[in-house]
Design a protein around this ligand. Structure first.
Ligand SMILES: O=c1ccn([C@@H]2O[C@H](COP(=O)(O)O)[C@@H](O)[C@H]2O)c(=O)[nH]1
Length: 269
């Protein structure tokens, strides 16, 4: 998907909501465990109930890898279902990859070509040659971790190196990489006070912002400092939406939570 198509979808739906599909078999309604593929059955119900309210879905691959081959098959079925039935929706494999160049190329092929995701999250720690292989894929997006939502972000990301905070160095340096127009960045909703500085460095890039909902990030704060002329934000909520209830009405409860966020977004656009 191109960035222009993503922007058009945001404007059409008046939503920049990304729903995280982080499926934990201990948290889903227990009757689904009787299905052949409970993870896919859960995802399908959530997608069917919420697709008109969001512009992106983000399965975190950890929640699939944890269930071995069955988990990976459920991930594959989920992305194929999305691409077939909702090609207008932006898909994010939250996999946080990145390695030496030839290995990164294989990661990129796995997520972009084999599975068919629009984007993948990548860690910047190994530098330019670990990220550039992802950037060579046309109309695919690499979402680089910049300033993450967790407490550990303060261990390294905000430390000063050569007179500049490391997360700012990641933003500045990555702009010089080949095909950097295919970059987006992760900034945690819990770090909203950093967004004005971040927008000075990358005014036009899209930001994936996790941390609204279960982690306590504030949607209005994020929008105040992080929104740009094209909105430029994908706000993710995972547990806060998909586990709104774990009874027979879980999909409806998820849709109600998604609607609450979408309505708040519509007022901010
Ligand atoms: O900085 C980051 C980067 C990624 N995540 C991921 O986003 C979701 C958040 O889930 P919630 O249930 O809405 O808290 C999850 O997959 C994280 O691994 C993040 O939280 N922060």
């Amino acid at each position: 998907m191109t960035t222009e198509q993503l922007i058009a979808e945001i404007k059409k739906k008046k939503s920049f909501l990304c729903i995280g599909l982080d499926v934990d078999l201990n948290k889903i309604p227990q009757y689904l465990l009787k299905e052949d593929d409970p993870i896919f059955a859960f995802n399908k119900a959530i997608i069917d109930a919420t697709h008109h309210l969001c512009v992106a879905y983000k399965p975190n691959t950890a929640f699939y890898e944890a269930y071995g081959i069955k988990g990976w098959q459920a991930l594959e079925k989920t992305i194929k279902y999305l691409n077939k039935n909702h090609p207008e929706i932006f898909t994010i494999a939250d996999a946080k990859r990145g390695d030496i160049g030839n290995t990164s190329t294989m990661y990129a092929k796995a997520f972009f070509e084999d599975l068919g995701f629009d984007s993948v999250t990548v860690a910047p720690y190994m530098g330019k040659d670990s990220v550039e292989p992802f950037l060579t894929f046309e109309d695919k997006h690499t979402i680089l971790l910049a300033l993450t939502s967790n407490q550990g972000a303060f261990d390294f990301q905000t430390k000063t190196v050569d007179g500049i905070e490391l997360y700012k160095q990641v933003l500045k340096t990555s702009k010089s990489w080949q095909n950097s127009e295919n970059l987006m960045y992760v900034v945690g909703a819990t770090k909203a006070e950093y967004l004005a500085d971040i927008r000075q460095i990358i005014p036009n890039s899209f930001l994936l912002v996790p941390g609204v909902g279960a982690q306590g990030g504030n949607l209005q704060e994020v929008c105040k400092y992080g929104m740009n002329k094209n909105i430029g934000l994908l706000i993710n909520s995972s547990r806060g939406i998909i586990y709104a209830s774990n009874d027979n009405n879980f999909a409806k409860a998820a849709a109600n939570k998604a609607l609450e966020l979408q309505q708040q977004m519509a007022e901010l656009i």
